[in-house]
Ligand binder design. Structure first.
Ligand code: BGC
Length: 251
């Protein structure tokens, strides 16, 4: 096993062994629903369970994609989509202890952006590629000439008339909560991506998250000048990117 990746999300915690040469899963992934009380202990326990399920040897690099800004060695300062008790926790230390080995933690959107820049459509681009993940929240990854600029958090830019952030209006969870049509959601995504386009002038946008599987349904309603692609790795990018990140850090 080259490396193992875990993706911690608002609705599921997923893990799989990763083939880093091909940029794909080396075995079928396992998904465990995120507990309603998604506390550090509950989530760390599931990470341990995933490693046990796949009998991951201690020598295998383990990467974890996490839905908050991640600064190794510093406590989590901000948490939008998991239990608030994460604030103040040193996630790398917490998960390493629970998993009985060092693990490498990276922001989930950054993991997806890395995965795409290593194995996906973004590989063809120089300059700035912006990956946007649409799920419970909105995550963003900035990759410049193949190098990650971490923790960009552009899902929280203000977009609504009453100060609402982009995530609360245009995440896939907003589409489901408000039962928006693909067209209406596509219009919101247009507004959001046009803001990113104006501020960042990227070479390309990559759209990830579970809903990227259904890109035919909403891409026709997105109007931007920047080339737009669904994530090549679809929703696997987080796991694959986290595993590649871990391998690049050494054990
Ligand atoms: C978090 C980001 C994360 C994104 C996607 C946002 O609410 O602040 O760190 O990447 O959700 O999970």
């Amino acid at each position: 096993m080259d490396a193992f990746g875990i993706d911690i999300g608002g609705s599921g915690i997923k893990g799989a062994p990763v083939d880093l040469t091909k940029g794909c899963f080396a075995a079928e992934r396992l998904r465990i629903p995120t507990p309603e009380q998604s506390t550090p202990d509950a989530v760390a326990g599931i990470c341990r369970q995933l490693l046990e399920h796949f009998s991951v040897e201690p020598s295998v690099p383990v990467g974890v994609a996490f839905p908050a800004p991640v600064h190794p060695g510093r406590p989590i300062g901000y948490m939008s989509n998991l239990d608030q008790s994460w604030v103040g926790v040193d996630i790398t230390a917490k998960l390493s202890e629970a998993c009985g080995r060092p693990v490498h933690v990276v922001n989930d959107a950054d993991a997806a952006g890395l995965g795409e820049s290593l194995y996906g459509e973004a590989r063809a681009y120089r300059g700035l590629v912006v990956t946007v993940t649409l799920g419970t929240g909105i995550g963003t990854a900035l990759v410049m000439d193949g190098k990650l600029i971490p923790n960009s958090e552009l899902g929280h830019i203000i977009m609504g008339k009453h100060g609402e952030d982009a995530e609360s209006l245009a995440a896939d969870s907003a589409r489901q909560r408000e039962e928006l049509s693909w067209k209406k959601w596509g219009k919101r995504l247009t507004k959001y991506l046009q803001l990113l386009e104006f501020y960042l002038s990227p070479e390309a946008f990559i759209i990830g998250g579970g809903v990227s599987k259904k890109h035919e349904k909403f891409f026709p309603y997105i109007e931007v000048d920047t080339p737009l692609y669904p994530a090549t790795l679809l929703n696997d990018a987080g796991i694959i990117g986290a595993a590649a990140f871990a391998a690049s850090q050494g054990r």
